[in-house]
Design a protein around this ligand. Structure first.
Ligand SMILES: O=c1ccn([C@H]2C[C@H](O)[C@@H](COP(=O)(O)O)O2)c(=O)[nH]1
Ligand SMILES: [Zn+2]
Length: 159
């Protein structure tokens, strides 16, 4: 019997894992997932955007209004969570798949942790100062930026 040929690609697999992680996010507006992968295609860590450990997400604000108490004070971004969730030592030379282009704060953490490539999907905040600064830093630091081109394949998961 011939082998299966319609298996998902590495890129679909890792962006799929990042997308699945995003579904854990309780942010009512934007859910983000990140998956860090070694050069030999092993998943090293996963993260999504959410409140810090011990901070009850029923008690902290999920609001976007920056003139009042709001979620931006509290949320740990998916990329930082993925970096901090890693327990194995160094991330030097690894790649990060992320469903949204990283902000400037995540860019700093990506650079400092030694991640060498960011494969991103959405870039909806590309005109913000945060993302413009992020791209400047990542490029200057030699981090490769690769846009994920969706294959259009639909993968169904029955849970
Ligand atoms: O680099 C990033 C940038 C943002 N996020 C998270 C932080 C928030 O939970 C949402 C953005 O919310 P908006 O309502 O779209 O402003 O995305 C992230 O995880 N990583
Ligand atoms: Zn961020």
């Amino acid at each position: 019997m011939p082998k299966r040929e319609d298996y998902i690609s590495w890129d679909e697999y890792f962006m799929g894992v990042a997308s699945l992680a995003a579904k854990r996010s309780k942010d009512p507006n934007t859910q983000v997932g990140a998956c860090i992968v070694s050069n030999d295609n092993k998943i090293l860590s996963i993260g999504y955007n959410g409140m810090p450990l011990g901070c009850n997400d029923d008690e902290f604000s999920w609001d976007r209004d920056v003139t009042a108490d709001n979620k931006y004070f509290y949320i740990v971004h998916s990329e930082l969570n993925a970096i901090l969730n890693y327990r194995g030592g160094s991330l030097e030379g690894s790649k990060m798949y992320v469903t949204l282009f990283p902000c400037n704060e995540c860019a700093k953490a990506i650079i400092q942790s030694g991640i060498k490539e960011v494969i991103y999907w959405q870039d909806i905040y590309k005109d913000t100062r945060e993302v413009i600064a992020s791209k400047r830093m990542l490029r200057t630091a030699g981090v490769q930026l690769t846009e994920y081109i969706p294959s259009g394949r639909i993968v169904e998961l029955q849970m």
